[in-house]
Design a protein. Structure first.
Length: 212
């Protein structure tokens, strides 16, 4: 297997949602901000900070849950946790590119936003939601549980945290740390002797059947 063939296989294993969902979320957020009306601006701001991280987290959950041969991977010399981490890098990279494009487009069209604060919020919330999604998927074997946890976390941010914690680093740093910790816990559980790896591939991804 050549390098190009191997990477093409990895892309297919991630599934289309890993690339489509973040892009659609960025377009949705940009469209809401482009409304430039009172309620539309409020909705647009919420979507700018939450839509892309939410879509990325759901993509990560689907990437983890769609593997139909988990037991085989757990028996191979290459650590399955490393394979999962490598595949999660794909939706993360697409999300980062979409965030740059969305923020640049908003700034170019005259919308008032601080790029540094926006990137910090996006990075923090993406890490937190992604960590929640991966951890919940590994524990339950299904992306459905991860979806519920992600939605609850987003609602908590919009309805509570945004009202009491300042934007920017005050939210981003704790979110980054919590997300990294949850992701590390999930990947640790996929190592040999982990408690949850064998559940994957049986609960279903919630996004359709996996590919062989």
């Amino acid at each position: 297997m050549t390098t190009a063939t191997w990477w093409a296989h990895e892309v297919r294993r991630c599934g289309r949602q890993a690339y489509v969902l973040p892009v659609l979320a960025a377009l949705l957020a940009y469209g809401a901000m482009a409304a430039r009306t009172g309620d539309g601006m409020l909705l647009g701001r919420a979507l700018v900070t939450s839509a892309l991280p939410t879509a990325t987290a759901l993509s990560c959950a689907a990437v983890v849950a769609r593997e139909p041969m988990t037991e085989l991977h757990l028996s191979l010399p290459t650590a399955y946790a490393r394979t999962v981490a490598r595949r999660l890098a794909w939706p993360a990279a697409v999300s980062a590119a979409a965030a740059v494009a969305m923020t640049g487009a908003l700034a170019a069209t005259g919308h008032r936003l601080d790029p540094a604060t926006t990137f910090a919020e996006l990075a923090g919330l993406t890490a937190l939601l992604g960590g929640c999604a991966v951890w919940a998927t590994v524990r339950s074997g299904s992306a459905a549980t991860a979806t519920g946890l992600v939605v609850a976390t987003v609602l908590a941010k919009l309805l509570l945290i945004d009202r009491v914690v300042a934007e920017g680093a005050a939210q981003a740093v704790p979110a980054l740390l919590a997300g990294g910790w949850l992701t590390a816990l999930a990947l640790r559980a996929l190592r040999p002797g982990g408690h949850y790896g064998a559940r994957l591939g049986h609960g279903g991804s919630g996004f359709g059947p996996g590919e062989a």
